[in-house]
Design a protein around this ligand. Structure first.
Ligand SMILES: [Zn+2]
Length: 232
């Protein structure tokens, strides 16, 4: 039975377990804030736990969020089980759902400056249609081979991350994000030009590790570009 979203449904987000999704999202966003990934209310995180989707609200300071701020959606029916009346649902919601539809357990959206710079460098040097490609970096091993595939990429594998164009409204990115997911079925991330990145993983642990690995690779790639070192 789907609960009535007009009721507070506090029990859905209140838990003493630090691994409860509502607690984890707050903890993750505090750490992401310190990395400059969710500055000025930008970015967000969502976790799928069984049939429940936990989503950070729109327009709140991500380092100050509390479990009571979380939206909870019923995944099969896409209806809200909990909607805090003081908040607006995240515009990233349809983008997070696109990742969950492809088997993700967690999706992270950041406004990392390294991700933004990569989208600009690829456009300048390889054109608007190009994806980000790099190889021969140890940290590539932090990225999974692809959905349904066992293990991670190896040192000699090429990492490819598609890039989509930004839109005025975040939710309008959904269609091009889904197209990029279809065109690059093994990707765990999509870059958004002049905006940031969406990264997902089978679990919270994997999404976080992939997001960190990618950010490290982007920062390194920007520095390599400055030194005239090739990505491939
Ligand atoms: Zn954003």
């Amino acid at each position: 039975m789907v609960a009535d979203a007009s009721k507070d449904n506090e029990a859905l987000v209140m838990s003493s377990d630090p691994d409860h999704p509502a607690n984890l999202i707050c903890e993750l966003c505090r750490n992401f804030y310190r990395l400059g990934w969710v500055t000025g209310t930008g970015g967000g995180t969502s976790i799928k736990h069984n049939d429940h989707i936990y989503i950070a609200p729109s327009g709140v300071q991500k380092e100050l969020m509390k479990p009571a701020d979380m939206f909870v959606m019923d995944f099969p029916t896409r209806s809200y089980l909990r909607k805090p009346p003081v908040h607006k649902p995240s515009q990233c919601t349809p983008l997070f759902l696109a990742a969950f539809d492809r088997g993700a357990g967690c999706c992270i959206h950041t406004h990392s400056q390294w991700a933004v710079l990569i989208t600009l460098l690829v456009e300048r040097d390889f054109g608007k249609e190009a994806c980000f490609e790099i190889q021969h970096l140890e940290q590539i091993k932090g990225i999974g081979k692809g959905r349904g595939k066992v293990g991670n990429l190896g040192y000699f594998d090429k990492l490819r991350i598609p890039i989509i164009e930004n839109t005025a409204q975040e939710e309008d990115l959904t269609e091009s994000l889904e197209k990029a997911m279809e065109r690059y079925p093994d990707t765990y991330a999509v870059l958004v030009r002049r905006h940031g990145i969406y990264v997902w993983g089978d679990s919270v642990h994997k999404a976080k590790a992939q997001c960190e690995s990618l950010d490290y690779i982007f920062q390194l790639a920007v520095e390599m570009k400055k030194l005239d070192l090739p990505w491939l």
